[in-house]
Design a protein around this ligand. Sequence first.
Ligand SMILES: [Fe+2]
Length: 221
Amino acid sequence: MKCLRGLLNLMMSDKDIKEFHNLDKLKPISLRGKSTYHIMYAHDFTWGYLDNVDNEKLSKLCIKNYENRKSEDRRSGRAEDIVIPLNKQIEEIAAQMALAYEQHFRQPISLMEGEGNHWSQVHYKKEQSQFHHHLGNAYGQREKGADVVGVYYVKVPKDSGVLIMKYKKHEFDSSRWYFPPEENKFILFNAGVEHGVSPNENDEPRVIISMNFERKDDKNI
Ligand SMILES: [Fe+2]
């Protein structure tokens, strides 16, 4: 075969050789559109602060609904969650947090639809949150799990508890990341990261709003 190609090359002009090898007809390979960056799993989290939130008004709304729990069963993690109506302010908080997430992870997210995907937690003295995650069936009540958890801090008295996230540096590791809350601060992290809140040691209540987000571009990959 090598011999035959050599013989052909001798008998052909340069133009013929180029044509024979198709060299001029080949277009340079190029990238079609934009490539996509997709996170399969990450311990990474995003946090920041929001301005112009009426924390007083939100705090009152959450405290007013203190008895209105997602579950009456105190053994369930859902009993820690307070049902609050979705108002314009909460929608805007979610939208700004989603924007911050997209800036870092380059993936659009949005607040999941449905009543169960935003709630409040109000912790009075010695109250805390047990460890949990936000994946599907986390409490036997939510079939569709979240992709991303968002927390916004409405009212944070001194020593009123820290967010604790469990993460594994390797298979046998059980590290903890302690995230200090502050008023106007928010955090977004993977829904599979187990997290809890240490007890409030202050006489004043600590108030947060928690949200479930989903990635918009997870379909049709
Ligand atoms: Fe949570």
